[in-house]
Ligand binder design. Sequence first.
Ligand code: BEZ
Length: 255
Amino acid sequence: MSGEAPPPQADEFWLFGYGSLIWKPPPHFDRRIPGWVTGYVRRFWQASEDHRGTPQDPGRVVTLISRSYWKQLADHYGSAPDKVWGVAYRIEPDRVAEVKAYLDIREINGYTIHHTPFHPAAAAVTPGGSINPSPTIRTLVYIGTPDNEQFVGPQDPQELAEHIYRSAGPSGANRDYLWGLEAALDELSPESGDEHITDLSNRVRAIAAAAARDERERIGAKEDVLHREQRHHEQPHDFRRRGSVDEQEETEKTW
Ligand code: BEZ
């Protein structure tokens, strides 16, 4: 192969990230490759009690649903891209156990481990100059399957956007996770956008803009009341002063 990285070896540990792992890499990786997996649909259908929400008010994060199961559901989004874009990370061989332990702690909330073939986005150039698709890589992927307690299932998009807008947890605001994912996907490839993510991001932006407008109006109204109160306190004094001068002038005129 020309300048391409060597093909993956069977005993390597590769991890596929389709959510926050895209922009928050695991520790001890030595390769990061954008690409996709097939056979799944990415949805904000997993409750998060430990990252973007709390046990009392769980937020929403993404999971992958097998496409065959998704087809049986009444999703408000009638379509989903064939390719689920994300990133594959190769973990340094002597750090695999450590990273697996770290991921179990970081991501355990309802997710189970699956393996799936990953398609690197970049094609390999052969010595003869022809373009070959890179070989697929067996990756480990965390999936919140429909049988786990945190699986929420199809939700009305506007209600879901409002839920994300108001949720927050130890890892930060739920909306930052959503917008972080949107931005991270945009950076992977011109074709890596995901309509479900873009639509939710736009809805949450509209909710945030309306909330900011309401807040400005609330502050404006409060300032109006304060100014009115201030004027009210000043007026009697002015009137009294002006009144006494006017009175004096009147008196002088009369005399
Ligand atoms: C991720 O791809 O960021 C991810 C998704 C679910 C669980 C853990 C990580």
